[in-house]
Write a protein that binds this ligand. Structure first.
Ligand code: ZN
Length: 280
């Protein structure tokens, strides 16, 4: 994808990117470089109100970027500096992901509720038409629910910026806030194509170390009598559904160390030690 945006001195330029400094930040990243991107939704009512909130001292929160529904982008903190977006969080043995990650907030109302009249409304009582609603099962939940849809322009802008950040900083991982703080957070939620983003932006790197056996054989059979399905790749993550039973067939869609992210009626993480190739 041709990008009209560039990064100069840790700030975005071009593509109508604006800069509005937030006082809510820490020091520089170790070696001035983050290795992870964390995607969020604002759960706010507008792009401007979210930018202003994250720039107000009393919010004690920020992000590197806010991306609006029309593709507008405002940067709040330079990319070599720690922003305050992740809070208590952990991933792959590291905690406090602010120290390692670039935070991107997407203007989106978050989870919606359906009232008796069949209308969908946000927590701040705005009503959304059915075309703005995404119905889906959240990765940390077991039942489907309603979420404010992202706009296509907003998704495309997010992909473009993530591609640029990966190129410039050698980012190796793109995560949702819901994955690093699963007991507290649901953003960016099922309306955001997080897997697609990871695949389209980080595939080149992942393929460098690809394991041939894994490429060939993704259909697996559960060999434990009961196998817990968790919200993240580790025993510290909560179980998100009934355990899988011996002989269940699953498809592995991602691996991290000994943990496999699998797909069945929903997706979740299991210990790969209890999976065997289907048919073997
Ligand atoms: Zn968040």
């Amino acid at each position: 994808m041709a990008s009209e945006m560039t990064i100069t001195e840790h700030k975005l330029s071009g593509g109508n990117a604006k800069y509005q400094a937030s006082p809510n930040h820490g020091g520089k990243f170790n070696q001035s470089r983050a290795d992870t991107i964390v995607i969020h939704f604002t759960a706010g009512s507008s792009f401007d109100s979210s930018v202003n909130h994250l720039c107000s001292e009393k919010a004690k929160a920020s992000a590197h970027l806010v991306i609006g529904r029309g593709g507008e982008v405002t940067q709040l903190v330079p990319f070599d500096t720690i922003a305050w977006h992740a809070g208590r969080s952990q991933w792959k043995g590291r905690s406090g992901l602010n120290r390692f990650s670039i935070g991107i907030e997407l203007d989106n109302a978050g989870e919606l509720t359906k009232n008796e009249a069949g209308e969908f409304s946000s927590w701040f009582n705005r009503v959304y038409s059915a075309s703005e609603v995404h119905k889906g099962v959240h990765r940390n939940q077991s039942k489907s629910s309603f979420w404010h849809a992202y706009s296509q322009t907003q998704i495309e802008k997010t992909f473009e910026i993530c591609e640029l950040l990966c190129e410039v900083y050698g980012i190796t991982e793109i995560l949702g806030h819901e994955e690093i703080a699963p007991s507290r957070k649901t953003d960016p939620g099922p309306a955001f194509p997080l897997e697609k983003l990871r695949q389209s932006v980080t595939t080149d790197r992942a393929e460098d170390g690809a394991d041939d056996e894994f490429q060939m054989q993704r259909e697996k059979t559960v060999i434990a009598s009961k196998l817990n399905v968790r919200s993240g790749p580790g025993a510290e993550f909560a179980a998100i559904s009934k355990p899988l039973l011996l002989g269940s067939h699953v498809k592995v869609i991602e691996r991290q160390g000994e943990w496999s992210r699998i797909e069945f009626t929903q997706t979740g993480w299991v210990s790969g030690r209890f999976l065997r190739d289907k048919g073997s």
